[in-house]
Design a binder for this molecule. Sequence first.
Ligand SMILES: NC(=O)c1ccc[n+]([C@@H]2O[C@H](COP(=O)([O-])OP(=O)(O)OC[C@H]3O[C@@H](n4cnc5c(N)ncnc54)[C@H](O)[C@@H]3O)[C@@H](O)[C@H]2O)c1
Length: 277
Amino acid sequence: MAYGLLKGKRGIITGALDEKSIAWKIALKAKEEGATFTLSNAPLAMRMGAIKQLAEQCEAEIIPADATSVEDIENLYTKSIDVLGGKIDFVLHSIGMSPNIRKNRPYGDMNYEWYQKSLDISALSFHKMMQTAEKLDALNEWASVVGLSYIAAQRTFAFYTDMADAKAMLESIARGYGYRFGKLKNVRVNTVSQSPTVTTAGSGIGGFDVFYEYAQLMSPLGNATADDCANYVITLFSDLTRMVTMQNLFHDGGFSSVGVSEDLAMKLMQAHQQEQQ
Ligand SMILES: NC(=O)c1ccc[n+]([C@@H]2O[C@H](COP(=O)([O-])OP(=O)(O)OC[C@H]3O[C@@H](n4cnc5c(N)ncnc54)[C@H](O)[C@@H]3O)[C@@H](O)[C@H]2O)c1
């Protein structure tokens, strides 16, 4: 059911790679709620082509941008303002990639060039998107900027390696720029810390199935899906959440507040009993 929450709003949505992407679901919801927006992804991802299908569905223009390039980001804002006919009301940063994770490098054997790439793509790009918006004065008063994070920013999750550091930085940037943008233009900046979700980036993490099942057993509401995440992010783009800023908002079915759940305890007890038989 649509509520017209984003009627008349103009946005930029990054990171929709294929229909599993969290950004893909957010784009579909934003369209449903009445927004107009541009879609952006790295030129390499563009070549895979799936984003064209989304663009048609959403009647959105695609503007390629490597999120590590300030020049590309400048072009993204300038073209978006041109195509959409005015300044921007919401920005989604849904970008993450770690070459170290892709190549299975353990935390004690990081390739530092790749480490810097992970930070640049997954965290610094968030700062670049906001600093560029500020310099170009590309955002409207009360605009909303959202980045996607993961609880490995607060607690150590084996195999999440340098992405955990990138997420901690991402959340810190949301506070730093949230303060600045709040004072400057009443713009709010938040991160949403999402449950493990089956996507290209998600499933690329070693042991993802275990993360997923563990979180499922621990969370009283179960894991939040990408569709659930889209609904939540839409509320953050809407005028209903104008005073929420500089927050890392857990969207995880309750996972972050549970020590141990009955479901997990039962599973461990069963395994223990089987071992003794
Ligand atoms: N899937 C999960 O379990 C999960 C959980 C919590 C948070 N997140 C976060 O959600 C966000 C979206 O990821 P997803 O799970 O939808 O996976 P996804 O693979 O669909 O999206 C990641 C996107 O980042 C883009 N990207 C990579 N390098 C880029 C660059 N240099 N410039 C521009 N774009 C680039 C990719 O093309 C892709 O579209 C990421 O920040 C991810 O860390 C994912």
